[in-house]
Every structure is written in structure tokens, then in C-alpha cells.
Ligand binder design. Structure first.
Ligand SMILES: Cc1cc2nc3c(=O)[nH]c(=O)nc-3n(C[C@H](O)[C@H](O)[C@H](O)COP(=O)(O)O)c2cc1C
Length: 214
């Protein structure tokens, strides 16, 4: 795996990065076992602080369990709406999950702290969480390369998800990932298309020698 990448391969990875979308609309169907394996293997190949590998994955195959998870998410969506202020009705019109329609539902859980100190002395929780997020981004990109949609659902009380999925004390669910075939990918982030929020210009997030804008 020491070969340099060709310009075609470079173009392909940039294309995947920019074509990746958070998807909420799915068309059911299935994900072939070898494809699912590649997506999960990509997750497990992610970087992690101190090589901690704090991610755990739960494939939800029980329809009744999926339905209960959908209920937990819907409850949190309603609660979120209540604190949206004047954007409440606009928020309620947005689709924020595709739990019932996606081919596969995968919960990502941050494992109980194993005491890794390497790289984590000052920010232990954030660095474990960041490692899990790296795994999820790998899944997102490989799924997109497989022409499958993926959506990260974070509208839930972690305790409620923990109860449903037998997640042990000290571990925390951080994502319910909806994965599967889609009719088409959004041309741009759905929140942009719906007028909720736009992408910031790169210049607004980039500073030189000091924090941007300071
Ligand atoms: C940590 C995290 C949590 C997210 N949770 C949700 C969610 O619960 N529901 C949802 O619709 N989108 C969720 N998203 C997706 C974002 O809304 C999306 O990434 C953003 O609008 C940009 O769109 P794009 O991913 O298509 O570029 C989440 C994304 C991240 C990184």
C-alpha cells in the first residue's frame, strides 16, 4: 500500500468528498453483505487517538427495535422544535432522519473509556469522540463511493438508545446511521436547499497565525 496515487484516483477521492451528502430520503432495498463489510472495514480503518479505536457498531436488524428507535428520535425532534423559537414551524418541515426507510440502520457507540492517555491527557472525551467521528466519515465516503446514501441521526437521548441496545454504562451512542440505496443524491446539503443554513466561505473559517477574524 505504498504506491502513490494517480491523478485519476486523486480526482476520484475529491469527487467522492464533494458528492457525499447527509441523506434523509431512502428507497428501502438492501445493502449487499460484501458492501456492508467494506463500509464497516473503512470505519475500523479510521485514525484514533493513541490507536484507541473507541468505536463500536450495532447493526439493528430487528424491525421492532428499529421502530422503537424511530420513536426515540421522533420524541427528540419534537423537543428540539420546542426550543427552536421563531424557526419552529420551519424546522418541523425539515426531514431529519430516514430511519424507517433505509436499508440498514447502524448505531455507533463510543466505548467506555479504556484509560488511554496517549494524546488524551487534556481532552479525553473530545479526542475519543473525534476518533469515532473519523470512523463515521470513512463510512460516509465509502458508502458514497458505493452509490449508497448515509445519514447521521443525532436526535436522541443517549440513555434511551442505551436502554434499547444494551449499551453498557460508560459507553455512549453518538449516531444512528441510516444507510442504503437512494433515488438520487441531493445536489447540495439539504439544509442549504431548504434555506435553513448555507456553507460558510472557506475564507471565513481560515486564519493565518491567529483565529479567523481576530
Ligand atoms: C455530528 C453530526 C450530527 C448530525 N445529525 C443530524 C441529524 O440528526 N439529522 C439530520 O438530518 N442531519 C444530521 N447531520 C447532518 C448535517 O445536517 C449535514 O452534515 C449538514 O447539513 C451538511 O450537509 P451535507 O452533509 O450533505 O454536506 C449531522 C451531521 C453531523 C456531522
Amino acid at each position: 500500500m505504498t504506491d502513490n496515487f494517480s491523478s485519476t484516483e486523486r480526482d476520484a477521492i475529491c469527487k467522492v468528498i464533494h458528492a457525499r451528502r447527509d441523506m434523509r430520503h431512502f428507497t428501502g432495498g438492501t445493502v449487499a453483505p460484501d458492501v456492508l463489510r467494506r463500509i464497516l472495514a473503512a470505519a475500523h480503518a479510521a485514525p484514533s487517538v493513541g490507536f484507541m479505536q473507541p468505536w463500536r457498531f450495532i447493526r439493528v436488524t430487528d424491525r421492532a427495535l428499529r421502530e422503537r428507535l424511530a420513536g426515540v428520535v421522533e420524541l427528540e425532534r419534537r423537543r428540539t422544535a420546542e426550543v427552536m423559537g421563531k424557526r419552529k414551524s420551519e424546522f418541523l418541515r425539515l426531514k431529519v432522519e430516514g430511519i424507517r426507510d433505509c436499508a440498514e440502520l447502524i448505531a455507533v457507540v463510543m466505548a467506555p473509556d479504556d484509560g488511554t492517555v496517549f494524546g488524551r491527557r487534556t481532552m479525553p472525551e473530545a479526542m475519543a469522540l473525534a476518533s469515532c467521528a473519523c470512523a463515521i466519515e470513512n463510512m460516509w465516503l465509502v458508502a458514497r463511493a458505493e452509490n449508497l446514501g448515509m445519514g447521521w441521526v443525532s436526535f436522541f437521548e443517549p440513555e434511551a438508545v442505551a436502554r434499547l441496545l444494551a449499551i453498557p454504562a460508560g459507553a455512549q451512542a453518538i449516531a444512528l446511521l441510516c444507510l442504503g440505496p437512494v433515488a438520487s443524491f441531493y445536489e447540495a446539503p439539504m439544509l442549504k436547499i431548504e434555506g435553513w443554513r448555507d456553507r460558510l466561505p472557506l475564507e471565513a473559517v481560515l486564519g493565518e497565525n491567529r483565529y479567523p477574524g481576530e
